[in-house]
Ligand binder design. Structure first.
Ligand SMILES: [Zn+2]
Length: 375
């Protein structure tokens, strides 16, 4: 396997806007020689689309990958994170798993299918998009691709996103992910001596009561009747107040809440519930992030073809949900049924010494190739 393209991508620090544009340039150089047409889209930030196969066909399959990665500090890594290093069947480097490995396999699979003339009566589009790692809610990345498809009347029939797979685990076929609300809650009360006989209006207690009631309402436990679809949850990730004196009741308390919303609930409804509960305890709410959930039905063709491709290759697989958000919601909510997963087997994603199992590149390429062939 020629790893040159993967190597060139890993050598670029794509945690920055400048780096992401550089990766797009590398892909443009490569894809211009292989695709029927290449297009750079986006006003302020670059994204790339490469078109393969029958340009007139409406039987369109999209394979999308984000080309950005999270930050890496050289001093925390065993090897240089911006150089592809092989050791003991592993390939080290920032973004090898999340998800330059998946991008590399997608391009290889499409190019191979195109060279073998397997793209009659279908149009396969590769989309390399930016700015996913900031919370999958960017106006610069995958959403720009969706707008382009709508405008050009090129809506794909389905989409695959080969985000990394768990290390040495069955291939994961993800039907969706939960939505996200990042909420800052601010509770106020009356500052007073804590030994006072006066009635207290305690900012901390108000906040605790609010959090307890809210968490009860949004249970952390998956509900059995929802057929494996994860349920909503609210986790408290920070709790601070404006006081360090032992004998003083503070006037202000702040808490961050990471709320995840089941595809069966709606962000709008959950937000209303949070607001209503907040009013009850005199707590103020600020919404810092609001990302919708993503969901594709198991009976959709893309899911079925993916399952069949796994079975025909004898690859173990599991159908489930991604724990974190990703770009799938942009496509699914635009009525492009989208499956996430099948990516390379990765360790230390978003952490130090990110690496992938080298031979899993072949596996991912094979499965993507088979789905393209079947499409
Ligand atoms: Zn990712």
């Amino acid at each position: 396997m020629d790893l040159k393209l993967l190597k060139s991508m890993v050598e670029i620090d794509s945690s920055t806007e400048e780096g992401q544009n550089k990766v797009i340039d590398v892909l443009k150089d490569y894809l211009s020689k292989k695709a029927n047409k290449v297009k750079i889209i986006g006003k302020d930030r670059k994204n790339i689309l490469a078109f393969f196969g029958d340009q007139k066909s409406k039987n369109i399959l999209l394979i999308n990958g984000h080309i950005d990665s999270v930050k890496a500090d050289k001093k925390d890594f065993k090897f240089n994170p911006f150089s592809l290093t092989e050791q003991d069947e592993l390939l080290y480097g920032r973004g090898t798993g999340d998800m330059k490995g998946g991008v590399f396999c997608s391009i290889n699979a499409i190019v191979k299918a195109s060279e073998q003339k397997l793209l009659k009566n279908k149009l396969v589009i590769f989309a390399g998009t930016c700015d996913e790692e900031t919370g999958s809610d960017s106006p610069y990345g995958a959403s720009v691709a969706v707008d382009y498809f709508l405008k050009e009347n090129l809506m794909p029939k389905a989409c695959l996103i080969p985000e990394p797979n768990r290390f040495q685990q069955p291939l994961k076929i993800n039907l969706g992910h939960r939505g996200l609300l990042w909420i800052k809650a601010i509770s106020t009360g009356i500052k007073m001596h804590s030994a006072s006989f006066d009635k207290e209006d305690n900012a901390i207690v108000n906040m605790m009561d609010f959090l307890t009631e809210l968490r009860k309402k949004l249970s952390n436990q998956p509900k059995k009747d929802r057929n494996g679809v994860p349920s909503s949850s609210a986790r408290v990730t920070s709790f601070v107040c404006n006081n360090s004196e032992f004998n003083v009741v503070p006037s202000m308390c702040e808490s961050n809440l990471d709320v995840r919303i089941s595809p069966f609930d709606r962000n709008k409804d959950v937000l209303k519930l949070i607001q209503k509960t907040a009013v009850k305890f005199g707590v103020k709410i600020e919404v810092l992030k609001n990302t919708p959930s993503s969901f594709v039905k198991k009976k959709e063709r893309i899911v079925q073809e993916t399952i069949l491709a796994c079975e025909e290759n004898g690859f173990d697989y599991e159908v489930g949900y991604s724990s974190a958000t990703n770009d799938a919601h942009f496509f699914n909510n635009a009525k492009i049924p989208t499956v996430v997963g099948l990516g390379v087997e990765a360790k230390n994603v978003h952490a130090n010494d990110e690496c992938i199992l080298k031979k899993s590149l072949q596996k991912t390429e094979q499965i993507l190739f088979d789905i393209i062939k079947r499409w």
